[in-house]
Ligand binder design. Structure first.
Ligand SMILES: Cc1cc2nc3c(=O)[nH]c(=O)nc-3n(C[C@H](O)[C@H](O)[C@H](O)COP(=O)(O)OP(=O)(O)OC[C@H]3O[C@@H](n4cnc5c(N)ncnc54)[C@H](O)[C@@H]3O)c2cc1C
Length: 321
């Protein structure tokens, strides 16, 4: 199979999740004796292209009209490339970026799409994908009918690809600006700068739930512990709905899916929709005042108590007091 990986980047290098998409693509390539190429979209991509070339050959669509991730423009470049170069499979990490762009590309191409893939296998020579349904209560194995196939993979399901010994080729893709759709214009990006790692990429995630009463307490308890442990901060939807944490923090079925080495849940009950986003974490620690809280059923270490008492003691202990 000829595989094209839509790589997400931060202007310097490709995101960790995209390296997981590369790992998935490499596994498919090995079994089908195909080829794998990375696609970079954006502007001023020389540094990113150099980084991506450590993982696979790179196609670079570098143009001022692509400076911002406007879905219809990006989808147009992807669809043109797939048609011209005959890719069989388009892959990306299951992130907000890909969720915005790839379904549009799939629709324009008339291809078949599977999202949030957590595994794959070949059955009678046919590539099949495993993906969770009903908040992870069921895992379905699906085969896609039609071409090309378009897939987003959960980064937590595939260990990020390692850099190869030699750099691969970088090829520029010519962009015809006149052919790009102009119905959507990029207006502005509102983002909050944070020194903490992204919740989907961190080795440790500390999440707060409804037990945390306001933003100041969240920053002091969840944020304070996160800074001590170089962790990312997450939250249940209860805090997002209450306006205490931003949407980007939400872990769960309708939030982000994480699988860090350590997940610490502070005052989170463990509703099935929250568990859907974190239950594959390697080690789970839960602190909850209710000994019957469902989170304790999935936690490896359980502490019954008040987060307002325990967390300050924990932070003080880490401060050596
Ligand atoms: C379609 C749908 C999608 C959803 N998607 C998501 C999602 O993506 N992510 C998500 O998180 N939720 C999601 N939800 C909401 C979910 O069902 C729960 O309502 C939510 O997860 C509850 O958040 P919580 O555990 O923080 O709050 P609660 O369920 O209210 O639990 C609070 C917990 O804190 C404990 N507690 C209280 N005070 C203290 C204290 N001082 N110290 C220690 N413990 C204390 C309590 O014992 C309790 O267990 C979704 C719901 C629906 C219907």
């Amino acid at each position: 199979m000829r595989v094209l990986i839509l790589c997400e980047h931060d202007g310097k290098g490709i995101r960790l999740g995209s390296r997981s998409a590369v790992a998935f693509a490499n596994a498919v390539e090995e079994q089908t004796r195909g080829s794998v190429e990375c696609l970079l979209l954006g502007h001023s991509l020389a540094t990113v292209a150099q980084d991506a070339a450590a993982y696979a050959p790179v196609l670079v669509a570098d143009h001022p009209a692509l400076a911002n991730p406007v879905a219809d423009r990006y989808a147009k470049v992807i669809t043109d490339l797939v048609k011209e170069r005959g890719f069989d499979l388009v892959v990306a990490a299951a992130t907000t970026f890909a969720k915005d762009i790839l379904p549009r590309a799939a629709g324009v191409l008339g291809g078949a799409m599977a999202s949030e893939v957590i595994g794959h296998e070949f059955r009678e020579g046919r590539l099949c994908f495993r993906r969770p349904l009903f908040a992870g209560a069921v895992v379905a194995t699906v085969a896609l009918h039609g071409k090309p196939q378009i897939v987003t993979v959960r980064p937590s399901a595939y260990a990020p690809a390692s850099a190869r010994a030699e750099y691969s080729a970088i090829t520029n893709v010519t962009i015809d600006e006149a052919s790009l759709p102009k119905k959507t214009e990029f207006e502005a990006l509102q983002s909050k700068l944070s020194n903490r790692p992204d919740v989907t990429e961190a080795r440790i995630v500390i999440s707060g739930g409804r037990a945390i009463k306001n933003s100041e307490d969240f920053e002091r308890l969840v944020g304070g512990l996160a800074d001590k442990l170089h962790a990312a901060t997450g939250s249940s939807r209860a805090l997002v709905d209450a306006g205490i944490t931003p949407n980007a923090f939400q872990v769960g079925q309708t939030g982000k899916v994480v699988a860090p080495e350590l997940y610490i849940a502070l005052g989170i009950s463990g509703a099935v929709q929250h568990l859907a986003g974190m239950k594959n974490s390697k080690t789970i620690v839960a602190i909850n005042s209710d000994p019957e809280a469902p989170i304790f059923e999935v936690a490896d270490y359980c502490l019954v108590g008040d987060v307002y008492e325990i967390v300050p003691q924990w932070i003080a202990g880490l401060n050596g007091k």
